[in-house]
Design a protein around this ligand. Sequence first.
Ligand code: MRU
Length: 338
Amino acid sequence: MNEYFSESVDGFQAIRFDGQRLQLIDQRRLPAEEVWLDVGSAEQAGRAITDLVVRGAPAIGITAAYAAVLAARQRGDDLAGWRADMRQLEQARPTAVNLSWAVRRMCEAVEQLGRLDPESLAELAVSIHREDIAANRRMATLGSELIESGSGVLTHCNTGSLATGGIGTALGVIVAGVRDGRIARVFADETRPWLQGSRLTAWELARADIEARVIVEGAAAALMASGQVDWVITGADRIAANGDVANKIGTYALAVLARHHGVRMMVVAPSTTVDADTASGAAIEIEQREAGEIWRAAGLEQAPTGFAAWNPVFDVTPAELIDAIVTEQGVFEPPYRF
Ligand code: MRU
């Protein structure tokens, strides 16, 4: 399986599934080393998602789909046990809707069939992966076409091959825009506390031979004031029905800064990230992670004794600050109706 994938078109493949075995590149260890982890059960897959071995909304969804296949092989005829595995898997992270979307799709297939059939579930999981690859390609074209020649762009977090099945969402647009000659300058926010920008986006851009510069988050306002950026381009973890966007913490700040400086804001995400059941961003659960992640990212072995932290890892950007939302179904502009 996975023979549908082409590294030259679709970027690096961070999730490998050969019909039996699931392997994930350990994103916590990039760019220092490329370590692959074997994932043998839905429980292990859930832990890999919680621990950020694999992260990024579409990649989490694809991993969950493959995990459902592993669980079906383990459970045999035990449908109730499999359903319990799926409920557990869905809890691995709360904000990215792609996780529950993928689990629901696998569950619906099982309910239709009335039993566990690992082979047909494997086919479905592979088609979920393939659909994401195709969506990435389409979004890359649509998003890139919005960008005027000679533009500068700033992106946040990691939204490339590591975060998706294919070339990426926001980063896919950026790669296409550079290759089309529309984008002349690329900046990547380092993205605290896990440094997805400086560790992962920089790693992907270097592999793609794209010249770019990393900035610390605090430099975004000065960068925009310098006139070097025309678009902020990000992905999304969940898009509410009214166009509010939950994405990596710091996205909201970039959107506010962008509006102040006359810079446009583009959000790129597959339709699997649009959550029609959530009316607005206020209803999106924002994941909070432990304070220690901030201290470790700061290079400190431990927190000063007793020091607490507020560590939400996503925020909500109001729809009115977003100029365009690009999905594989088209380019949406305010007022958002999907
Ligand atoms: O905590 P992470 O690394 O999973 O957060 C990822 C993001 O916020 C991405 O921008 C989002 O999932 C879109 S990935 C195509």
